[in-house]
Write a protein that binds this ligand. Structure first.
Ligand SMILES: *Cc1c(COP(=O)(O)O)cnc(C)c1O
Length: 456
């Protein structure tokens, strides 16, 4: 154990302090009495405090400390200039109840963002109220319901969701009081159009899709799907949480989608994870605009700081450079996929977009996807998304992003190959991984629900 792995209480020495204040004559105000015993705080010097917090910050893994190939979640590096802009006092000091005439700059940011996102997605307008992707999905589905109700079309209670969908899609539909109907994927990972046809009818409110889907594959039949769903009177909802591969290349509006959300905290530069902060703006096509809450641009606009970071990010990249993000992310994903497919099972061997899925090791010797993920931590890489999507039992879903250099991708590939070798030579060691992290394999559910956070 390293000296500074000790608890700060174990470093404590009576009387040691990290500050010095001048003697004062001041008395306590009347009615306030000194406590009888001093609080049981550790007594340490300033440098011990600094090391304590710095060491704590390094016990966790973040995109600022290493490569983070988390599929479906677009864990990209977030340029620090966006943090600086979001931290400007002129923005952080705003209050949502301020008169509109005093917050014109902020309104301009929102209006500019509305325009930028409309240009990127092909939607007509956006609302910035939703604070996360799932929140955006619920908002979007409520807009879908409003649209049908306004036409007296009350029988439309079903939402079609592919079996590869992100879990929040059916969950949001259920929260919205809609019935979920699952449409199968074919062996090539794309929606089965024939199966979809059989589900369409006057009771269908719409379909929720993401394209590229959660396997990182582009739904090539999207035009036909849009015609079929519109033809039966339904709407198309686009889950744009991972818009990265499409930026400046393809627009959901042009594919025929009517309603969509974006995750600004995935695609557009905000550190995310741990439940927030997020922003899930919802965009709509012409025919849904009348149901968007009005005004689109006024007070209480969700997480303004996240919107601001995204706006800075979009303006910094500009119309031309934003196109590179998706292309480089796609190139990186295909590079990793092709470099590792002789050691890992690749169930769908076609060209992918920004992410792809392996189904465990080709020659596993009892080594599971969980073992591989844990071992990666020993080598300083965060694990990819594992056991999702549910279509494959040993899913390893890898998404590099555009900010990773070729050298980083090569280092990751080398480590993944090394782990495949270790699976042959020493599977027991892999079952026990990780070996170099502060803790090994906690029960993840208990660790999340009943964390032990106190010194005992
Ligand atoms: C992350 C994600 C969501 C949900 O977004 P949250 O902000 O976590 O609510 C929805 N769909 C897809 C495809 C995602 O990757």
């Amino acid at each position: 154990m390293k000296y500074y792995d000790k608890l700060i209480f174990e470093l404590s020495k009576p009387g040691r302090t990290g500050y010095s204040l001048p003697e004062t004559e001041q008395q306590l105000p009347k009615g306030i009495v000194w406590r009888e015993t001093a609080p049981a705080l550790p007594e340490v010097s300033e440098v011990d405090v600094v090391r304590h917090y710095t060491n704590l910050s390094q016990m966790n893994f973040g995109v600022d400390t290493g490569f983070y190939p988390l599929g479906s979640c677009t864990m990209k590096y977030n340029p620090k200039v966006n943090e600086e802009i979001a931290a400007m006092p002129a923005f952080t000091g705003l209050h949502p109840l301020q008169p509109a005439s005093t917050v014109k700059g902020a309104l301009e940011v929102l209006a500019g963002m509305d325009k930028a996102l409309a240009a990127i997605t092909g939607m007509k307008h956006f609302t910035f109220l939703p604070c996360a992707g799932a929140h955006g999905e619920l908002t979007g589905l409520m807009l879908m319901r409003e649209y049908h109700m306004s036409r007296g079309d009350l029988a439309r209670t079903k939402v079609i969701v592919p079996d590869s969908a992100h879990g929040t899609n059916p969950a949001s539909a259920a929260v919205c009081g809609l019935d979920i109907v699952v449409v199968k994927s074919k062996a090539d990972g794309l929606v089965d159009v024939e199966a979809l046809k059989a589900l369409l009818g006057p009771d269908v409110a719409g379909i929720m899709l993401t394209n590229p889907n959660t396997l990182g594959l582009f739904e090539r039949d999207i035009k036909e799907i849009a015609e079929l769903v519109h033809g039966c009177g339904g709407l198309l909802y686009y889950d744009g949480a991972n818009m990265n591969p499409l930026l400046g290349v393809v627009r959901p509006g042009d594919m025929g989608f009517d309603i969509m959300h974006l995750n600004l905290h995935k695609t557009f530069s905000t550190p995310h994870g741990g439940g927030g902060p997020g922003s899930g703006p919802v965009g709509v096509s012409d025919k849904v605009v009348p149901f968007l809450h009005i005004p689109h641009v006024s007070g209480f606009h969700g997480n303004f700081g996240v919107i601001l970071r995204a706006y800075a990010y979009i303006l910094m990249l500009g119309r031309e450079h934003i196109k590179l993000a998706g292309k480089l992310a796609t190139l990186g994903a295909n590079y990793i996929k092709e470099s590792l497919k002789d050691c890992y099972k690749l169930p769908i061997p076609t060209v992918c977009k920004h992410e792809f899925v392996f189904d465990g090791l080709l020659e596993d010797n009892g080594v599971s996807t969980l073992d591989v993920a844990k071992r990666l931590l020993d080598y300083g890489f965060h694990a990819p998304t594992i056991y999702f999507p549910l279509l494959f039992h040993q899913a390893i879903m890898i998404e590099p992003t555009e900010t990773e250099s070729l050298e980083t991708l090569d280092a990751f590939i080398a480590v993944m190959r090394k782990i495949a070798e270790e699976a042959k030579s020493d599977p027991e060691m892999l079952h026990a991984a990780p070996h170099n992290t502060p803790i090994g394999r906690p029960d993840e559910t208990t660790a999340a629900r009943q964390p032990v956070l106190k010194y005992d």
